[in-house]
Design a protein around this ligand. Sequence first.
Ligand SMILES: Nc1ncnc2c1ncn2[C@@H]1O[C@H](COP(=O)(O)OP(=O)(O)O)[C@@H](O)[C@H]1O
Ligand SMILES: [Mg+2]
Length: 234
Amino acid sequence: MLAVQQLEAGYGESVILRDVSLKVQPGQVVCLMGRNGVGKTTLMKSIMGLLKARKGTVLYGGQELTKAAPGRRARSGIGYVPQGREIFGQLTVYENIMVGLEASREKGVRSRSIPEEAIAKFPVLPTMYTRRGGDLSGGQQQQLAFARALASKPELLLLDEPCEGIQPSIVDDIRDVIRSIKADGKTSILLVEQSLDFVKSVGDYFYVLDKGAVAWEGGLEALGEEVIKKYLTV
Ligand SMILES: Nc1ncnc2c1ncn2[C@@H]1O[C@H](COP(=O)(O)OP(=O)(O)O)[C@@H](O)[C@H]1O
Ligand SMILES: [Mg+2]
C-alpha cells in the first residue's frame, strides 16, 4: 500500500536520509524506531510531502506521489498526526477537526459536518467543541489531533510519537485507540514511537533507522536484545 524506495531527503546542505526503503501493507501497524535525531520525523514529513525527496520514490496505492503536494497526498488517503500534535491553538476544537475534513477525498464534503468515524473513539471531544484548542490538556490535544487526522477517513495514518509528553494513564488510552483503529480494518498505521513496550504491544512489523538508512527490520519475534542494544539504547 505504501512503498518508500531509496529515499534521500534533508535540509539545506545536510542529508538526513540517504537510502531509506520501507513498506506498509494493508491492515498492518508498522513501527519506525531509532535514536533521537536519526530522521524519523524527516521520513514522516517526506511521506506526507512536507519535505521534498531528493532521490527515490514514494508509492502509495499504486500511484507515484514523490512530487505530489501534501494536499494531494491527504486526498489520496494519507492522514497525519505530527510530532508535538500541532493543534491550532486559536481555533476551536470543532474548527480543528474541520481542518482535517478539508483533506477528505469525498467531493462536496467541505460543507458537511464532522463524520462519526472521526470522533467515535473520543466521546469527550464533542463536549468541548466550542473550546479553544490551545486550552486543552496534552492528552486532550492528542485526541484532537487523532480526530483531525481521522476526519478525512484515511487509509494510512502516520503517527509521529503520539505518546510523547503524555501522562502514563493516557498512554494506555492511545494504545487502545491504535488497537481499535486496527480492529476496524480500514486504516493501516505507520507509527514512530520510542517506547519499546508500546511498539511491541501494537506493532506487526518493525523498522529501525540509523545513519540515514534502515539498519534493521523484522517481525516481533526477531526484535530482541541484540537489536535494542545496537540501535536503540543511548
Ligand atoms: N527544519 C530543519 N532544518 C534543519 N535541520 C533539521 C530540521 N528538522 C530536523 N533537522 C535535523 O535533522 C535530523 C533529524 O531530525 P528528525 O527527523 O526530527 O529526527 P527524529 O524524529 O528521528 O528525532 C536532526 O539532526 C535534526 O537536527
Ligand atoms: Mg521526531
